[in-house]
Each structure stands twice: as C-alpha cells, then as structure tokens.
Design a protein around this ligand. Structure first.
Ligand SMILES: *Cc1c(COP(=O)(O)O)cnc(C)c1O
Length: 385
C-alpha cells in the first residue's frame, strides 16, 4: 500500500500501534513463562495512548516522579505494580505514593529511607522498599546515560550497605523487600547484563549472610535497540535478553525477578515526521532545513545520537545533506553529511526510532507550536507508514 505522508501536518509524531502491540507481545511471551514482571519505564514515553496500550498488556509501571505515578494510575496501571525510583523524591511525591499503596519505593540513599519511614509512620502505614545499589558496572554506553559506575548520584554504594541495613532494621514503617540495580541505557552487549547478574548474585550472598530475606530482585532496564537499521527487525531480541538473566542470575523459587524496560518497549514504534522548508547551499555543505527541530527531538543535539532518516517522497538520485532544524542553536540538527534522495521544498522526511526519549523531552523553546500526533489505529490502511 502506498502511504500518504502528504496528508500529515508536520512536524508530528507518528505512532505505529501495531508494532507497539507486537513488541509488548514479544516481551510477554519471553518474560511470562519465567514468571518475570516487567515494569514499563514511563520516562521513555508517557503518551496516554501508548500507556493505555501498555497497561492493557499487563505491564507494571516504573515511575521517577509523582506526576508519573499519577499518570500511571490514570492510564490503568495497578497501584501494586508501580515502582518509584529517583534520587530526589519530594515529600508530596512520597505521600502520593504512600496514599496509593504502590508496590515499591526504590530507595537511593539513607536520608531518603528515613524520610519515607517518617512519612509512612505519620499515616500509620508500613511500606515496602527496595535498595537501589550501585553495582559498579560499566554499561559501556554514552557517558551521560551510564549510571552504574562509581561517583554517580544514583544508588547506594556497597560500603554504605551495613549502615543502611542497620537503619532498615530499626525503622518499623519500612519493610526491606527488594534489591534494585540499573546500570544505564542503550546496552546491546549481553555480556554487560551477564556481569550484572554475577554482581547481583554476589549481593544476594551478602544479604543472605546478613539474614535478610530479599523476595524481589529488580534488575532495571537498559536494553538497547537498533538505531542504525530500524527497518530490519524493529522488535529487539528479547529472547537473548531474558535468557541471559535466566542463565546467569540465581533465583530462589520464592524470589521474583523484575525488569524496568523503557526504550526497548516504545523506541521503534515512534517516528518524527517533518517537511523540508528550504534547501540551502552553503560553501561546503548542503543544508536541508526542516520544520522539526531539537524542540521536538533533542537526542542528536544532547547525545550526538544517530537517527536514521529517510525520504518517502523523493526518488531522485542521492546527494549529501546536513538535516537541520529552525531553532536558534547550532546544535539543532538531525543528521550530518547523510545521503538522501535529492530534496526540494515540501519533501517529507521520516526520522526513525523516535518513540523513546523523543516526545517526552520536547520543549517550547523559541515558543514552538504544540506538536501533532498521529496513531496508526486511527488511519486507514493506505495511510499507514
Ligand atoms: C531510565 C530508567 C529505566 C529505563 O531505561 P531504558 O534504557 O529506557 O530501558 C529503568 N529504570 C530506571 C531506574 C531508570 O532510571
């Protein structure tokens, strides 16, 4: 079928809901037989339509703010399936989570545990916590998206564990039920997850020696996706991912393993669609100036992230372009020196793999207009992209 890109108002996000459902189905088919619980990390994309689809598929939610908890509740996630992480939980956010009896607080410091206990006691509640431990593993991805190595604001360091455990024993309002780790994002090397499993096994040994029964092990998220060639195999290799944990992480029969996947769930189902406003010939560089900018997708500007760009409307021979946006910043680009069919004003460009850390990071800088959204479910087949 010939897609009708020309009907779309640009710039806009297009969400392929069939691909999202297929991705969710693939995750469930590999996680459920092992009894694993997957919590979708809302921070990757908190679009209501996507969240409803994800909650309906039986997933839990991983939240990093009070408003994410609120949003998860509104879009159908069960309170008991919500986990709450973050180094800076404010009092109102803790209260909100306590009021709704969420599953777990993933705690990142000793003072945080004390505040949670204090506020739970005020409500005559006992709440479940998991300790987020810094496993000191290098995720070997981008510096800004690595979280599990030393000198990082995230997690509790192993040297501090004895003191933290002592405090947990003394506080009646918190029950230490879980162990949580998260080492970074866009990890495609399964050996990194294998190292994580080995480290978690060591941590479990430590807890056993301390006579602490840990029922829940949460290994976070971070599974990477294919930005280079999104069209071949848009569904990540969940089989290898879950197999790695099944093979290398020691679980007792009474323990449950939890995951917090974000990017791998929604990354491929979203595309940013934009139109060429002007083709500008510089001295050495040919610029395609498009109507989307870093305000709609900041990943290239922020992380030098690569996103594949294609043009469905031009079949002309290829030329090299820098694809840039209209925002008043030199970092406002989507691709440099990339091959595209010869472009002219009005041609449509599809920026792929924009479903995670895309829409959620948009801004109104330059007083940009509100974004438009299209969902494959609302379009006739011939309009699908
Ligand atoms: C960001 C984050 C995730 C999700 O990471 P992805 O790379 O999108 O899978 C999971 N857990 C925590 C604690 C996070 O901060």
């Amino acid at each position: 079928m010939e897609p009708q890109y020309t009907d779309l108002n640009t710039p806009c996000y297009f969400y392929d809901m069939d691909l999202l459902r297929e991705t969710l189905g693939s995750i469930s088919s590999h996680a459920s037989p092992n009894g694993y619980k997957v919590h979708y990390a809302l921070k990757a994309n908190s679009n209501d339509r996507l969240l409803r689809t994800i909650s309906q598929a039986g997933f839990g939610a991983d939240c990093v703010s009070g408003n994410e908890i609120q949003k998860a509740l509104e879009t159908g996630f069960a309170p008991a399936d919500i986990v709450f992480a973050g180094v800076g939980k404010a009092d109102w956010e803790i209260d909100l989570a306590l009021n709704h009896d969420i599953g777990f607080f993933n705690c990142e410091s000793l003072p945080e545990i004390e505040v949670i206990a204090e506020r739970a006691a005020l409500k005559n509640k006992k709440t479940r916590i998991a300790l987020r431990i810094n496993p000191e593993i290098d995720a070997k991805t981008h510096y800004y998206i690595t979280t599990g190595i030393e000198e990082n604001k995230f997690g509790i360091n192993r040297e501090d564990l004895p003191r933290v455990l002592q405090t947990c024993r003394e506080l009646d309002a918190v029950e230490l039920k879980g162990l949580h780790v998260h080492i970074g994002s866009q990890i495609t090397d399964m050996d990194v997850f294998k190292s994580l499993c080995i480290r978690v096994n060591e941590l479990q040994e430590y807890f056993r020696r301390e006579h602490i029964v840990i029922e829940h092990i949460n290994v976070g998220g971070g599974l990477g996706i294919n930005y280079e060639e999104p069209q071949d195999g848009p569904i990540p290799d969940f089989d290898s991912y879950f197999k790695t944990f099944r093979e290398f992480l020691h679980l007792e029969p009474w323990q449950q393993l939890h995951f917090e996947l974000g990017r791998a769930v929604t990354g491929q189902c979203g595309k940013l669609i934009t139109r060429v406003l002007y083709v500008k010939d510089g001295i050495h560089t040919r610029f395609a100036v498009v109507d989307a900018g870093m305000t709609e997708l900041i990943r290239p500007a922020l992380y030098h992230a690569y996103h594949k760009i294609t043009s469905p409307t031009s079949q002309r021979p290829e030329k090299k372009y820098d694809v840039v946006g209209p925002i008043c910043e030199s970092s406002d680009y989507f691709g440099k020196a990339i091959d595209l069919p010869e472009l002219s004003r009005g041609d449509v460009l599809v920026i792929h793999t924009a479903g995670a850390y895309g829409e959620v990071m948009r801004s109104f800088y330059n007083l940009r207009d509100h974004l438009k959204f299209y969902y494959s479910d609302d379009m006739s087949r011939k309009h699908k992209i």
